[in-house]
Design a protein around this ligand. Structure first.
Ligand code: FAD
Length: 394
């Protein structure tokens, strides 16, 4: 097939869509600025359990199917009207179909003091080197308070701060520092989790792990000199170490026309087809779009399948399905919802932890060879669809 497919970004969404289309004979070009793909949940294990980053990184060229034209360059301008993309090298590429999969970017200047805090302690969102810095800082603490907070209620993988708190408290216990080092999870929600249904399940688990929860705490500013975090709601928290989830924005590239993005820079798409509003030859998958669902690897993967199907002529539709894992103490639960069904109750169990570990083990293969996992994933998502599990959950 001679149709030229241009995929921007070799993250979860870009690799799945690009590889599925290449397998089906399309002429696929992927543009990616980095040589390595990072399994982003791995940053939690680097920052709070001291894992080595290379465990969670693979060369991008090892994750694309033969025949994919992989270009390592930075996207600077996407001109949807002109059907061209300009790269940092000065090269301009045209396309028949475009898939934007550039993920989200972070704004460390949005909250006063955040950039200095991040430079000092690192975090578990912005890259393996920053996660390693957080681990080094955590390793020094003998007593005091670790604060894990968020600067905005909307961020990728909503249970990531909870996972961070569970993993940090495991490390602190192993070091014999329980009671000396407090873990405080400060969140911009009414409950311990954005969805009350899951908050009721997660909260007792946090209590069991000795994590102190502060609700209705949206980080407004950080006083690095006096080690205090202030919230929009008028509260303050003292810390000895802190990591704050950064404010998320759309990809840091120029997009023409400007009306294709919302006020935070996310691409405006039809939530079912993932087509960019007003352009039937352009799609946006994963964290870079404005779909009203959680930004996660699972949604990026499922969205990429929908886009690949649609380009191949099938009437596939994205359901907004989420499956965010919360990992705690040898067990796991999943935050499951779709556009049509709010979050259902899913309890922690060892079996779900096994499933999560299997998903992680399958990650690299599911990017390079998504077709091999489709039947198994489909069976899982069908069996655990909220309409099947119902209000009783799982
Ligand atoms: C701490 C943490 C824990 C998480 N845990 C989970 C989890 O357990 N389960 C889950 O499903 N999800 C989880 N996620 C979320 C998940 O990793 C993301 O939602 C997913 O990676 C999004 O995929 P994407 O393809 O949209 O974007 P990304 O995977 O971020 O890919 C974007 C790609 O675009 C490239 N790029 C960006 N700008 C440019 C440019 N200008 N030019 C060229 N290339 C560019 C980037 O280098 C990157 O490779 C977690 C995230 C974090 C941070």
């Amino acid at each position: 097939m001679s149709e030229k497919i241009l995929v921007l970004g070799a993250g979860t969404g870009g690799l799945v869509a690009g590889n599925l289309l290449a397998l089906n004979g399309y002429n696929v070009t992927i543009v990616e600025k980095n040589e390595y793909h990072l399994f982003q949940p791995g940053m939690l294990w680097i920052a709070f359990r001291g894992h080595k980053p290379d465990k969670y990184m693979r060369r991008v060229d090892s994750l694309v199917k033969p025949g994919v034209n992989l270009i390592h360059d930075r996207v600077e301008l996407i001109d949807l009207e002109d059907r061209t993309v300009r790269l940092s090298s000065g090269k301009t590429i045209d396309y028949d179909k475009l898939i934007v999969a550039l993920g989200a970017s972070f704004d460390y200047d949005a909250v006063p003091g955040h950039k200095r805090l991040w430079e000092q302690y690192g975090d578990y969102y912005s890259g393996p080197q920053h996660a390693e810095r957080l681990w080094r800082n955590l390793s020094k603490i003998k007593e005091g308070t670790l604060v894990l907070a968020a600067a905005n209620p909307s961020y990728k993988c909503p249970p990531a701060p909870h996972k961070a708190a569970f993993l940090a408290s495991e490390t602190i216990k192993e070091r014999g520092l329980a009671g000396k080092v407090r873990v405080v999870l400060a969140l911009p929600f009414i409950h311990a989790y954005a969805s009350e249904t899951m908050a009721e399940i997660i909260e007792p688990k946090l209590e069991e792990a000795g994590v102190e929860v502060r609700t209705m705490f949206t980080v407004e500013s950080i006083d690095v000199e006096n080690r205090k975090i202030y919230s929009l709601e008028g509260e303050e928290l003292e810390y000895d170490i802190a990591a704050v989830v950064p404010v998320h924005k759309g990809p840091r590239v120029e997009i023409k026309p400007e009306s294709a993005v919302d006020e935070d820079g996310f691409l405006k798409v039809d939530k079912y087809t993932l087509q960019i509003e007003g352009f039937d030859d352009a799609y946006a998958v994963g964290d870079c779009n404005n779909t009203p669902t959680s930004k996660t690897g699972v949604t990026a993967h499922l969205g990429a399948e929908v886009v690949a199907d649609r380009i191949m002529g099938y009437d596939s539709r994205f359901t907004g399905r989420t499956n965010c894992p919360v990992v705690a103490d040898g067990t796991a639960a999943f935050v499951i919802s779709t556009y049509d069904h709010p979050v259902i109750p899913v309890k922690f169990s060892k079996f779900k932890r096994l499933l999560e570990d299997l998903f992680i083990a399958a990650y690299w293969s599911s990017l390079r060879d998504p077709e091999k996992w489709r039947t198994a994933f489909k069976a899982y998502f069908r069996a655990t669809d909220p309409s099947v599990l119902g209000e009783e959950g799982w």
